[in-house]
Design a protein around this ligand. Structure first.
Ligand SMILES: Cc1cc2nc3c(=O)[nH]c(=O)nc-3n(C[C@H](O)[C@H](O)[C@H](O)COP(=O)(O)OP(=O)(O)OC[C@H]3O[C@@H](n4cnc5c(N)ncnc54)[C@H](O)[C@@H]3O)c2cc1C
Ligand SMILES: *[C@@H]1O[C@H](CO)[C@@H](O)[C@H](O)[C@H]1NC(C)=O
Length: 447
């Protein structure tokens, strides 16, 4: 529903102090909004289990959709402003691999070229090997080709969100932790605020929901988390992605520190250079796990809900399926065989909030007035942190270009093949607690 014209002194309440929420608050304040409050369910900010709270995230312009390539290009220019972002952004370069040549990799190459990125095309295994420091042993990369984009790298993810949170406070915004919203306050079809778990009611002229993977389960009345993988209707698919880390020695880390981010679009595997604390992180962006809980309003259908350290404790809440430990180890052996023999230090299921076509949801709710959604990061929103809120602020102000408004609209129709962006390997399974890894599954491989 069209939001009636907002005024700069209207009270804007943003639910969720993650990437979408905090970037939105920042850009609204920058544009002269004076009454901006962000609430978050977590007592500690950034929330330890938010998707964006992480040691590192990939920052790449390599997208098959040139809208994101160009937006990422703008984001990188912003990340480079040291006075705002310090050393959050690390330009390690991104090695994009496509074994057998995936169309995604080919299209993203063309988009990167169009942006004028500094690129080395890598047409055989030998040229791929040459990208890595000579002390690093790599896989054979047989039948692989790809390219190295020097204009990309990774960001210190949690630091980035913390910096932006501090900037919001400095601009006069209010950021309140420990306030889980549990529902909307409404007068007819007009949203007038939110209800918190304590019973407290917070009124606002406009509510922006940016609750990440908790959007569907916190606001079941919006009915957007139900039919995971149905087509032709709105839904968010909430699923866990498996991440694992390896603690390197100082000496090992020194070798791998000058590696680029490695991103294999064919297998979905990606890995970062080690952090300052010599932690190596990797993940696979292809298979996912849903976690359905019984839901008291409609017991026959429930909403996939994140299982995290806040809901399940610091040990249990981090476990990933045993099968994924094996798959990660195998994928790692194809890139860095020496590291694949080492014990895994830590694992984590990181929760994606996907729309069927991978485009975010940014815009007014079609049936409630005074309500804007800013979510469905679809596993790739972090890199846009510095600029993401501009799109939401444009939507709030009714300034979003019509074609962009349509791209991100809640209520858009999805094609049957929408999930093809994950090229058919979008295997979703419901999480089974019996199949989660135990400490012994993380031990070094005895070869
Ligand atoms: C494993 C993994 C790897 C990723 N890798 C990359 C990458 O390399 N590059 C990249 O660009 N992107 C990456 N992403 C995607 C990126 O992290 C997300 O798209 C982005 O963080 C989404 O932001 P968000 O604001 O929607 O959600 P979040 O960052 O999760 O923030 C949501 C916030 O809302 C709060 N909240 C939730 N419910 C409520 C409630 N009821 N009341 C109050 N507060 C609430 C939460 O506490 C949280 O702080 C990755 C994601 C995952 C899971
Ligand atoms: C924000 O708006 C609320 C509700 O209209 C009002 O009570 C409050 O004083 C305003 N705060 C600021 C800083 O303007």
């Amino acid at each position: 529903m069209a939001t009636s014209k907002v005024q700069h002194d209207d009270k804007i309440l943003i639910v969720g102090a993650g990437c979408f929420g905090i970037s939105t608050a920042y850009h609204l304040l920058k544009r002269g909004f004076t009454n901006v409050t962000v609430i978050d369910r977590s007592d500690v900010l950034p929330a330890p289990d938010a998707a964006g709270t992480d040691m590192n995230k990939i920052v790449r312009t390599s997208y098959s959709d040139d809208f994101y390539s160009r937006l990422a290009h703008d984001a990188i220019a912003a990340w480079k402003k040291v006075e705002e972002w310090g050393d959050c952004y690390q330009e390690s370069g991104v090695l994009v691999l496509g074994s057998g040549g995936t169309s995604y990799a080919t299209q993203s190459y063309l988009n990167d070229v169009a942006l004028g990125s500094r690129i080395n095309l890598l047409e055989n295994a030998e040229s791929i090997h040459a990208v890595f420091p000579s002390d690093v042993r790599t896989g054979a990369f047989e039948n692989y080709h790809g390219y190295l984009n020097f204009d990309g790298g990774w960001a210190r993810a949690a630091d980035g969100v913390s910096r932006m949170t501090a900037a919001v406070v400095a601009l006069g915004g209010k950021v309140v932790s420990g306030k889980p919203a549990v529902g909307l306050l409404k007068q007819g079809q007009k949203v007038t605020g939110v209800r918190c778990s304590s019973g407290e009611e917070i009124n606002a002229d406009l509510v922006v929901i940016a609750a990440g993977s908790w959007t569907a389960s916190s606001f079941t009345e919006l009915n957007i988390g139900r039919e995971c993988l149905a087509t032709g209707q709105d839904f968010l698919c909430i699923f866990g992605q498996s991440v694992a880390t390896i603690q390197l020695t100082e000496e090992e880390a020194a070798n791998y520190r000058h590696c680029p981010v490695v991103l294999d679009f064919a297998s979905g595997f990606y890995a970062f250079p080690p952090t300052d604390k010599n932690v190596f992180k990797m993940a696979i962006d292809h298979a996912g796990y849903t976690n359905y809980l019984p839901d008291d309003t409609t017991p026959e259908k429930s909403t996939s809900t994140p299982r995290t350290i806040l809901s399940h404790g610091s040990e249990d809440g981090l476990r990933i399926p045993r099968k994924m430990v094996k798959l990660l180890r195998h994928s790692l052996s194809l890139v860095y065989p020496d590291l694949a023999k080492k014990p895994f230090a830590c694992t984590r299921l990181c929760w994606y909030t996907d729309s069927p076509d991978g485009d975010w949801i940014i815009g007014p709710h079609p049936s409630f007035e005074g309500l804007v959604l800013a979510t469905a990061g679809s596993g790739h929103a972090y890199k846009f942190l510095p600029v993401l809120g501009q799109l939401v602020a444009d939507s709030v102000e009714g300034k979003l270009a019509p074609e962009i408004a349509r791209k991100f609209a809640l209520g858009r129709q999805y094609a049957e093949s929408s999930y093809s962006r994950r090229s058919g390997h979008m295997d979703l399974e419901d999480l089974s607690v019996q199949e989660l890894c135990e400490p012994k599954d993380l031990e070094a491989e005895s070869s």
